[in-house]
Ligand binder design. Structure first.
Ligand code: ADP
Ligand code: MG
Length: 258
């Protein structure tokens, strides 16, 4: 089983505690959503899972495939089957989407088998074409420089395409709290829904309920002050939409939550 298991995670940034005892399990094959107000540590969690160096883990563990991944580099985590879609993807002038994808696919193959000579170009083109058709990406997209002059929606397309090519077992999608227009939301959602399978676990991180109109999660978690304070089915997202985060905060203060 390739579940992602987070136990009692504590994370600091610049000495300031942000994540304070977070517990979360994402089973392979399930789609989970984390919702929470701004500044609560959602992106900190995503970045910590991928091993961003600015985030200092002071306590706890993150287990994946029987390993505590906190001991691994970002690259090793990626090769192990974790995927993080960046909230703010960088552009790489001079590197086409196709080249970028081929480099990423080859790095994964080499990590799995040091003898690997890389995916043959024709095979690569065939697989990429299949994935692009599946995700309804225009064929001209492959020849463009990665993220250069991309709209928000195109950046998201590039991410979802990368996810389709790398076939992660756990994918983490950290959505911007404001920047994503409805088109971009739909692209991400359709992509995730297309890739949804028993082999893929997904963690969708979002401030707004609206993405969950498109991706129906199996489980919704509410994050407040650096911890998961409530978990439930998809209806929990609707409750949040209706009552807002103050409702959760009141429940917390009344001692009704963890
Ligand atoms: P969310 O994604 O839930 O909006 P973040 O994880 O981005 O929250 O931020 C959590 C807290 O960490 C916020 O108080 C934010 O100001 C702080 N923070 C985030 N990044 C940094 C940083 N690089 N340096 C200092 N504080 C940071
Ligand atoms: Mg964030």
């Amino acid at each position: 089983m390739s579940d992602l298991v987070i136990n009692n995670l504590h994370v600091r940034i610049n000495e300031k505690p942000i994540i304070k005892g977070l517990n979360l399990t994402i089973p392979q094959g399930e789609v989970h959503a984390i919702m929470g107000p701004n500044g609560t540590g959602k992106s900190t969690l995503a970045n910590t899972i991928m091993g961003h160096p600015s985030y200092e883990v002071t306590e706890g563990e993150i287990l994946f495939k029987g390993k505590n991944i906190l001991e691994l580099s970002t690259e090793e985590r990626s090769h192990l089957g974790l995927f993080l879609a960046f909230q703010y993807p960088v552009s790489i002038p001079g590197v086409t989407v196709a080249n970028f994808l081929r480099t990423a696919v080859n790095a994964h193959r080499k990590a799995a088998n040091p003898e690997d000579k890389g995916i043959p170009i024709l095979e690569f083109r065939k697989v990429m074409k299949e994935k692009m058709e599946m995700l309804k990406v225009d064929s001209a997209f492959a020849g463009r420089y990665l993220n250069e002059g991309f709209s928000g929606g195109e950046k998201k397309r590039a991410e979802v395409l990368q996810m389709a090519m790398l076939k992660p077992e756990i994918a983490i999608l950290d959505e911007t709290d404001s920047g994503l227009d409805i088109d971009a939301l739909r692209i991400v959602s359709e992509g995730v829904n297309t890739l949804r399978s028993k082999d893929l676990g997904v963690l969708v991180i979002t401030h707004y309920q609206r993405i969950l109109n498109y991706i129906r999660p199996d489980v919704v978690h509410v994050m407040m002050d650096g911890r998961i304070v409530e978990s439930g089915g998809p209806d929990l997202a609707l409750d949040l939409e209706e009552h807002g985060y103050t409702w959760v905060r009141e429940k917390m203060e009344n001692g009704e939550l963890a």
